[in-house]
Design a protein around this ligand. Structure first.
Ligand SMILES: Nc1ncnc2c1ncn2[C@@H]1O[C@H](COP(=O)(O)OP(=O)(O)O)[C@@H](O)[C@H]1O
Ligand SMILES: [Mg+2]
Ligand SMILES: [Zn+2]
Length: 279
């Protein structure tokens, strides 16, 4: 059945061949996939100008388009997250580390893992109060692994968060570069940069005893961060006593009031290199 509805006429200054009455007509058409459907056509005179298509095909195409768009959005998010991970300066070796790949073989590892997850869950509170973490323990016990897993999890969870990872020696060398004649950046600017980072992981604190100048740099950055409520994750191979004597009683006390400690114990988990690496 075809119905005719007049929806106006084209007359006047337009070319005579185009003049005529515009009408809407409904026609039953057949989609090879979905069967009969009612199509609405717009006619100029007797010429069909446009016609609606099978609604089910249109719906299927819309769904397919939306699925493609969703995949593209996911890919864009993934890329953006990868970019922030790269900007965080987490070393390549640790980009694949996660809470899931952290094995719990002793009670301390269990506590450290739970504390790390809790820090990620409670990030808003950590940020508000300037609370961080203090990972102490001998080498190879997973301090860097967990700290980098925290960075990755926070980046994935918080779109506008740019945490940074630095080894203490990298901080010293950045400050030293500001002393080079002609440097565009002053020591103060470098110190302000490290003091202002929203979440800073400082790894290998106290690996070398360091010169007086280096201790002053570390002291300055930590002191500013502790007093201006910037969350810091400190990682050190030193014992609590060793860290206390490196930082001095007063700063160590501040660190202890802002950074929740976790002790890492056990054998080094670093895999020794074996000849089959070359097979
Ligand atoms: N509990 C753990 N489960 C799985 N891998 C671990 C664990 N602890 C350490 N590792 C792995 O051992 C290596 C050394 O760990 P790392 O985090 O660098 O130690 P640390 O920073 O304490 O010296 C890394 O490859 C790390 O992924
Ligand atoms: Mg380490
Ligand atoms: Zn169809």
């Amino acid at each position: 059945m075809t119905t005719f509805v007049s929806i106006g006429s084209l007359t006047g200054s337009i070319h005579p061949s185009l003049s005529g009455v515009l009408t809407k007509r409904k026609t039953v058409l057949n989609c090879p996939i979905h069967g009969d459907y009612e199509a609405e056509g717009i006619y100029l005179g007797s010429i069909l100008k446009t016609q609606t298509k099978c609604p089910q095909c249109e719906e299927d195409q819309r769904e397919a388009r939306e699925a493609v768009e969703a995949v593209m959005r996911q890919e864009a998010i993934k890329k953006e997250v990868e970019e922030r991970v790269a900007k965080s300066r987490v070393p390549l070796e640790y980009r694949t580390k996660s809470f899931d790949s952290f094995r719990v073989l002793n009670a301390e590892q269990g506590k450290a893992l739970e504390l790390s997850k809790r820090f990620v869950r409670g990030w808003e509170k950590a940020k508000a109060g300037g609370y961080g973490l203090l990972f102490l323990g001998s080498c190879g016990t997973g301090k860097t692994h967990l700290a980098c897993s925290i960075v990755a999890a926070l980046i994935a969870n918080h779109q506008f968060l740019f945490p940074k990872y630095y080894r203490t020696s990298e901080i010293f060398s950045a400050v030293r570069k500001s002393y080079v004649p002609g440097s565009q950046t002053s020591e103060d600017e470098v110190l302000n940069y490290f003091s202002g980072i929203e979440l800073l992981v400082i790894d290998e604190v106290g690996v070398q005893k360091g010169s007086d100048a280096e201790r002053r740099i570390l002291f300055s950055i930590l002191d500013t961060r502790m007093t201006s409520n910037k969350p810091t994750i400190l990682l050190s191979n030193l014992s609590a006593e060793g860290l206390c004597s490196l930082l001095g009683d007063r700063l160590y006390d501040r660190v202890r009031s802002k950074c929740v400690p976790a002790l890492f114990v056990g054998q080094s988990m670093r895999k020794p290199a074996t000849p089959d690496l070359f097979d």
